[in-house]
Ligand binder design. Sequence first.
Ligand code: MIC
Ligand code: SF4
Length: 644
Amino acid sequence: MGLTIAEKILKDHIVDGQMVKGTEIGIKIDQTLTQDATGTMAYLEFEAMGVDQVKTERSVAYIDHNTLQSGFENADDHRFIGSMAKKHGIYFSRPGNGICHQVQLERFAIPGKTLIGSDSHTPTAGGIGAFACGAGGLDVAVAMGGGAYYITMPQMVRINLTGKLQDWVSAKDVILEVLRILTVKGGVGKVIEYGGEGVKSLSVPERATITNMGAELGATTSIFPSDEITREFMAAQGREADWKELSADPDAVYDETYTIDLSKLEPMAACPHSPDNVKTVDELGPIKIDQVCIGSCTNSSLYDLLKVAYILKGKTVHPDVSLAIAPGSKQVYNMMAKCGALSDLIDAGARILESACGPCIGMGQSPNSKGISLRTFNRNFEGRSGTKDAGIYLVSPEVAAVSALTGVLTNPKTLGEMPKFELPKHFLINDNMIVPPAPPDEAKDVEILRGPNIKPFPVTEPLEASIKADCVLKVGDNITTDHIMPAGAKILPYRSNIPYLSQFCFGVCDETFPERAKAAGQSFVVGGTNYGQGSSREHAALVPLYLGVKAVITKSFARIHRSNLINAGILPLTFVNEEDYDKIDQGDTLELADIRSTIENEQPVVLKNLTKGIEIPLDCSLSGRSKEIILAGGLLNYTREQNK
Ligand code: MIC
Ligand code: SF4
């Protein structure tokens, strides 16, 4: 039987378990990346593991999220991460060098290699043919120390691309179409593989836009073949020696197959407040807009921005619209400057930002009250922009640019024929903002620079014999980690200060939660389907842990968040019968009697709702290793025990 692309890479990297779908496997990790919003915690965890030098082939620490320095906190964290990188064998991409996924794609990602990153959009590197997953900071810390990364052996989904995109229809429209078909939970437990004739018409940056937003499907990862186009891209980046061909066997077996005819796609938009709420621009009509933001790890490549510059050239941004643009990397920025396209953006009235995540994570540029903002980003969750009542539409750079001129949502096909935008034969290569680590013999002398904002990691205890507590919060379906632990300019600087962060936990759903949870001492949270979708931030588990949450009971979980809960020692439980969700109300007293021995002996879990006098069967599905992690009270305790 033939293998899919992902199966070939997994086969080369499996170190624990068997390639049987639905079972847990451990894989060797070749590369890791961190960004600064999750990185400070990840490096504190790495430090706690006591490993001197990373054991990966390449580990990179990026500074791209917390770049708004309105106090000492972010700058302190940058220095801390820089010093950790220097000491422990990690390359350090300095602030200003660009967004982690864009830079990783340009400079480091390699077809056929495994990569994990403490950021959910790490699958961007699937555009070059890497098997790249988003993970919690602790998982990345373990991988840096040479440990395996554990995932459930995924199902394989094939998306056949036929035809060719029409003028002004874009890679963003391809992934919006996939999101429309599969929804934000359609990718959970699956790898999304792209193939077919249509692949040949997509450049590596376009493929990366598609794999990037595979995160919004909840997929384990997304991947494209590595072909001649990949080779050309890598050669243009001066990295042809790292290229290798990679494709699925003709008789590879997929669990699901879909076909998308690229020539039939139209410009689309994901409407507020979910990336799968997709409609065509024509269906939506000329909605009046207040703001346009172009950038983020999804759509900030040179290719994207050259199109934007072409559309804006010689024109002026509509008087009612604020246009902000953040190029994805220093390479993109500099090439835009050298070819004069940057001047077209400036001239049209764009507000040019530094090369970083910026507005995507609410680091500035929050829209006005009830503002309508078109963004080339990947997430439009309620409140994420920093303005709770804003309406965010996710669109392609082409839709964004033309709409910035007209002041209303506009179909770029109205621009007429599109010129051919070629990728350069040689990108401008200057890695002077990537600091290599100290040579191993000098590493011991590197001093770690710690700011006062770094507070200790919350204490975790081994799983108790029984848990009796109230359901302090009940929430609905598709709760994101942005609901659980919001981000934004005001909160992000405190990612290494869990006590401070805890005041904002579940702020989007219920501002009284932190106070009530603290008062209760121990608590349960109940949720609907796809609980914890979105970001990889382990803070969405560490903060509830700090507030005393012992178990989260849901209809289903998103992959990375479920792992983060286990790593934090919080029990992730699901209803055996989804209707039982209705049998628990907020405030009910619940009991998991003898839960420790139940888990140890892998017996069925029964929850008692003491308030209602009923019993509810729950599913725990913890396998060998994750069971041990839960019993130990989290991955740090488990790793320490293993190293004894
Ligand atoms: C995001 O896009 O939500 C983030 C910010 O990049 C997160 C990571 C974080 O919360 O620090 C992600 O995608 O994992
Ligand atoms: Fe940064 Fe936004 Fe990409 Fe997250 S989704 S890595 S915040 S650009």
